[in-house]
Design a protein around this ligand. Sequence first.
Ligand SMILES: C[S@@+](CC[C@H](N)C(=O)[O-])C[C@H]1O[C@@H](n2cnc3c(N)ncnc32)[C@H](O)[C@@H]1O
Length: 230
Amino acid sequence: MMTPLKKLVPRSLKESIKALERERKMRRAVGQINRLQEGETPSTELLAMFKAGWGDDGFHAVGGYLEEVVQRAATSEGPILEIGSGLTTLLLGLLAGRRGVQVWTLEHLPEFHHSIQTKLKRYHVSNVHPILAPLADYGAFAWYAPPELESMPPNFTLVIADGPPANTKGGRYGLLPVMRSHLAPGAVVLLDDAERVSEQTALNQWQAQYNFSYDLRRRGEKAWAVCTLF
Ligand SMILES: C[S@@+](CC[C@H](N)C(=O)[O-])C[C@H]1O[C@@H](n2cnc3c(N)ncnc32)[C@H](O)[C@@H]1O
């Protein structure tokens, strides 16, 4: 009986072929996003090609949250703060960059910080500032300790809050205590994973402590919060 050709191809070669295929899709998607009109959002098909090019890392934003991030990134007027780097970093950079809008991204893990720097260079995205910010203990909670906090914009108008990981002390609560003074009045915070108890606790704490309102959105089992700070 003949051995199927697929079985004769070494695993490493198969992986290399898959990586090349992803890279080809990513380059096509980046090219198409770069050709969108100002303020135009990528179609579902284009977003799917971009995601296929990125690969399934099991960590990136999905569904309604990703669509909301993309739509807001395409129209945001002021600087954008992203918490936790990944696929959205590249998308934010591409969609905001054409209007000269700057994106600052906090990442606590050196390998992901390095990886996003490499990708931003590869696709010539120059308006994103990836900041390696280790998680620090603030007492009641842990959150990022941005080393360049004083040089970051004082007027972020959009925050993409998809970090730190759920097992961090206080979850994502630290965003407002640490960054509030850098958020413009009327700033919008898009908080992912709002179906989880730790995010709901953070929302309740923020509401009790800040001039703040939020709207919970759901798609299937996933939820996210659209928060406005006054
Ligand atoms: C939930 S991810 C989301 C990042 C980004 N907003 C996105 O949609 O791609 C947030 C954090 O998970 C971590 N992370 C990202 N990719 C990862 C991976 N493949 N394995 C382990 N951790 C990862 C990084 O530290 C990142 O800051």
